[in-house]
Design a protein around this ligand. Structure first.
Ligand SMILES: [Zn+2]
Length: 179
């Protein structure tokens, strides 16, 4: 009986390391991809250039929820006041829901009244890529995750100090990692 309990304890102790080994080994499996997007996956650089992530439409479809796919990969927009993060006031880091790249800090989040998470600046200059967007008859600047190209939202020049910019981001494009 005593031997059995020792064995059970040993098994219990082994479990976490066994599962983390499995996760590392199966780095390309769907399970791993799903686990990645709600935690911080720091940027990696090659000769000073951010190493990008290129996945097929099929791979993104398998990894993301229908809504996240629509917004991140098809430049959709979630309805205002419906997302999980517009009213989040906790301290932490907002990462790309597609690849886990840290994009925004709670330090720069502000209440814009728009119903979308709003920030006055990204964590670093090179984590966000911006593009002119003249669709829907509007003259806007689209912002994307610089690593996976996932659509985040738009940036407008009507934000608060110190930058005067308003990064208007879809909740579904982000995941929040509490500090
Ligand atoms: Zn990304």
């Amino acid at each position: 009986m005593k031997l059995l309990s020792i064995l059970l304890v040993l098994l219990a102790c082994n479990q976490p390391s066994t599962s983390s080994n499995t996760t590392t080994a199966a780095s390309s499996s769907t399970t791993e991809t799903l686990a990645v997007h709600d935690s911080i996956v720091p940027p990696a650089y090659d000769n000073g250039k951010l190493i990008k992530i290129n996945k097929s439409e099929e791979e993104w479809k398998n990894q993301l929820s229908e809504m996240a796919f629509h917004v991140l990969r098809k430049e959709g927009t979630e309805r205002a006041f419906t997302g999980k993060l517009w009213d989040n006031h906790q301290k932490g880091t907002y990462v790309c829901a597609g690849c886990g790249l840290p994009l925004f800090s709670s330090e720069t989040k502000f209440d814009s009244g728009t119903g979308w998470p709003s920030f006055y600046q990204p964590i670093t200059k090179d984590c966000i890529a911006d593009f002119e967007d003249n669709s829907h008859g509007m003259d806007r600047t689209e912002v994307e995750c610089a690593r996976c190209g996932g659509h985040q939202g738009h940036v407008f020049p009507d934000g608060p100090p110190p930058t005067g910019m308003r990064y208007c981001i879809n909740s579904v494009s982000l995941n929040f990692v509490k500090q």
